[in-house]
Design a protein around this ligand. Structure first.
Ligand SMILES: Cc1cc2nc3c(=O)[nH]c(=O)nc-3n(C[C@H](O)[C@H](O)[C@H](O)COP(=O)(O)OP(=O)(O)OC[C@H]3O[C@@H](n4cnc5c(N)ncnc54)[C@H](O)[C@@H]3O)c2cc1C
Length: 629
């Protein structure tokens, strides 16, 4: 039975926690703190724009969907909001192994935002303050409050900064520059100055977005249709159905004329004219980048994605650009099906300040100022899901610290969120960080289907999910076990196998589990032999099949995880003075001092650190421990 522990720390303070920024990180932070009984203020520029999708209205995709499932397992809102507002649900990568199966949900942009606003407004622990945060109030290297730009002061125990692309935001369209965090939204300059005055290192990154199109001016008839999937793959086990109408997306292509126009006008693009020097996301290139970097390719895919049920706004995924608006329109009209297209608004690039993440701990607390946390784009990441995962973790750790309890760290074998936070604190992010399944070395253990199993115990321990949720999950686990046992027990005679018989030289009868282990056979192939499957839920069936089929690989991965854990368990004390350690190379000494790894395992993942450096550190650590104990 999980009990929400009501925390009333505020006393002389206005709030326990102030969260700056109501984007994807900020709303998960406020809601996680509320689930833990903590009273927070969500200070944001526009209370009607909570968790607004700055770019495409889609949640999930390869790598990112694993984070959404984990957020959901930790009681977060992202998956629920996507399930509620979803207008197209798809499962990606099904032709590959289950480790990389991923869910992607195209959402109704307005309904997603409304769902979040309604949830926040219905949460009594959260006070939304519509204001522009301007300065951190710090005493003795500890945060004590926030001043907004009008000079109003608010006191608190902790602050979580979730300011997205707004710090020093500068929008570029051709050679026109406008101070803004997002299209037609103010930028936050004072807060950057406040970070700078506290001694934080700031860097510049950039990202871009395509124009939005008027769907009534598009000829969808010449495009390839991409329907959604059935049964609908929801993110959250709490949702079983939707009444919303599912829509199709469309695929089209750029033409030789698009290439000519973009290439000829390359120097007018903000990204190529020298106006922008900062680094953008390599994996999400602008159309200018695509024709420049892949000059041998004559055509690129463009996905036409509806922005909602009640609107004909279309998001042309793949056509991010900062060309002058008139060139954008000319180029867009050379794409198949878009010959008569009209814009609802132009594409643009935005440059913004971020704080390289060596300045935070794995709890997301800054090393420089106590009880000050950073989450989301400010840490150099890109993406709604990455931001939301950080917001949630920052809030849990902020609350735990206020309660005087141990921090909440997910390691690389437990969650993609753990992989992301470990990557952030062991690498100097010089380009926007986004999640890929390839970043997780234990990815067979970190599947979408087992996110709840991996995290429900810790979620329950911290009061992040209700006892009802845990009960439902325990029942699903039991059902999965029963189903696995049934599949092992249920025999199929060789005679029954028909055509399949040729593939199995064995004479004796087989179990359904044996069939599942055969290469090329899946759940649908065995259904014809399985009269007893009725009544078993789809999630239990799928989970049982994956566990049976990949049991050998999973066991191998478990052994690797045991080795990983043994390195992680060799903790390095935070007070260790690397300048005192003999035998370390200067480069390793400088990196260890900068990143301050928490374990020997983490030290080994710091960029440029060799196994030789780790051997020296291990010996030095042993010596240091014997001297200090
Ligand atoms: C033009 C554009 C294109 C993008 N393209 C992509 C893409 O292709 N792929 C991708 O993965 N991601 C993309 N992103 C990034 C994605 O939008 C962000 O990664 C994600 O929204 C970050 O979440 P966040 O919570 O950190 O910040 P945001 O969602 O940006 O939210 C920040 C919030 O903080 C508020 N705020 C900021 N400063 C203050 C202040 N001083 N006081 C009060 N409130 C403040 C803002 O009003 C806003 O509500 C793009 C973003 C933009 C702007």
């Amino acid at each position: 039975m999980v009990q929400l522990i009501r925390l009333r720390l505020t006393q002389d303070y206005d709030f326990d926690i102030i969260i700056i920024g109501g984007g994807h990180a900020g709303v998960e932070a406020a809601l996680a703190a509320a689930r833990m009984g903590c009273r927070s203020a969500l200070m944001t520029m526009d209370a009607g724009k909570l968790a607004l999708m700055s770019c495409n209205p889609a949640i999930g995709g390869v790598g990112k969907s694993h984070i959404v499932k984990e957020i959901d397992a930790l009681g977060g809102i992202m998956g629920k909001a996507a399930d509620y507002s979803g207008i197209q649900f798809r499962r990606l990568n099904l032709s590959r192994g289950p480790a990389v199966w991923s869910t992607r949900v195209q959402c109704d942009r307005r309904d997603y935002n409304q769902f979040i606003c309604d949830t926040i407004n219905a949460t009594p622990e959260i006070t939304v303050i519509e204001a522009l945060a301007g300065a951190f109030l710090v005493e003795n290297n500890k945060i004590v409050g926030i001043a907004d730009e009008s000079g109003e002061k608010y006191s608190c125990h902790s602050v979580i900064v979730c300011t997205g692309t707004f710090l020093g935001g500068l929008i570029h369209i051709g050679n026109t520059q406008t101070p803004a965090g997002r299209f037609k939204e103010e930028a936050a300059y004072r807060l950057s100055e406040s970070l700078d005055s506290l001694g934080f290192e700031l860097g510049r990154l950039k990202t871009g977005t395509p124009p939005r199109l008027d769907g009534s001016t598009i000829d969808f008839g010449v495009c390839e249709v991409q329907p959604g999937d059935t049964p609908i793959p929801f993110f959250s086990p709490d949702r079983q159905a939707t009444e919303r109408q599912q829509v199709s997306c469309y695929l089209t292509y750029t033409t030789a004329e698009t290439k000519r126009l973009v290439t000829e006008n390359m120097t007018t693009s903000a990204m190529f004219s020298g106006e922008i020097n900062s680094t953008g996301p390599r994996y999400c290139p602008s159309i200018e980048d695509k024709f420049f970097r892949f000059a041998h390719k004559d055509s690129h895919q463009i996905f036409l994605e509806p922005e909602g049920n009640g609107t004909d706004d279309i998001y042309p995924n793949g056509f991010s650009t900062s060309l002058p608006e008139e060139i954008q329109l000319q180029a867009m009209r050379t794409v198949t099906g878009l010959e008569r297209v009209e814009f609802r608004r132009p594409g643009y690039a935005v440059e913004y300040d971020y704080c390289p993440a060596y300045q935070i701990k794995q709890t997301l607390e800054t090393k420089r100022v106590e009880n000050l946390y950073f989450a989301g784009q400010i840490n150099g990441t890109s993406g709604y899901e990455e931001a939301a995962g950080q917001g949630l973790m920052a809030a849990v750790n902020a609350v735990l610290k206020l309660r005087g309890e141990e921090s909440f760290i997910l390691d690389r074998s437990q969650a993609y969120i753990g992989v992301m936070l470990d990557d952030l604190v062991t690498r100097s992010t010089t380009e926007p960080y986004r999640m890929f399944t390839s970043r997780a070395e234990h990815r067979l253990a970190l599947r979408e289907d087992n996110a709840q199993d991996r995290l429900f115990a810790v979620a329950g321990k911290h009061g992040l999910v209700s006892s009802g949720h845990i009960g439902r999950l325990e029942r699903l686990q039991d059902e999965t076990q029963t189903e696995m046992a049934r599949l092992e027990k249920t025999r199929v005679s060789v005679a029954e196998l028909g055509e399949l018989k040729k593939r199995f030289p064995r004479k004796e009868n087989l179990s359904l589990a044996d069939l599942l282990r055969m290469p090329g056979l899946g759940l649908t192939d065995i259904e014809q032999f399985d009269s007893g499957r009725n009544g078993v839920s789809t999630p239990a069936k799928e989970r049982a099949a994956i566990r049976i089929r990949y049991a050998g690989y999973i066991a191998k991965q478990d052994r690797e995880i045991a080795r990983f854990k043994s390195m992680e368990s060799q903790a390095i004390p935070g007070s260790l003075d690397y300048s005192e350690l003999r035998g370390l190379k200067n480069e390793a000494r400088e990196k260890f001092s900068r990143f301050r790894p928490s374990s020997l395992g983490q030290a080994g993942r710091i960029e440029g650190i060799t196994s030789g450096d780790i051997a020296v550190l291990a010996v030095a650590l042993k010596r240091w421990k014997s001297v200090t104990s």
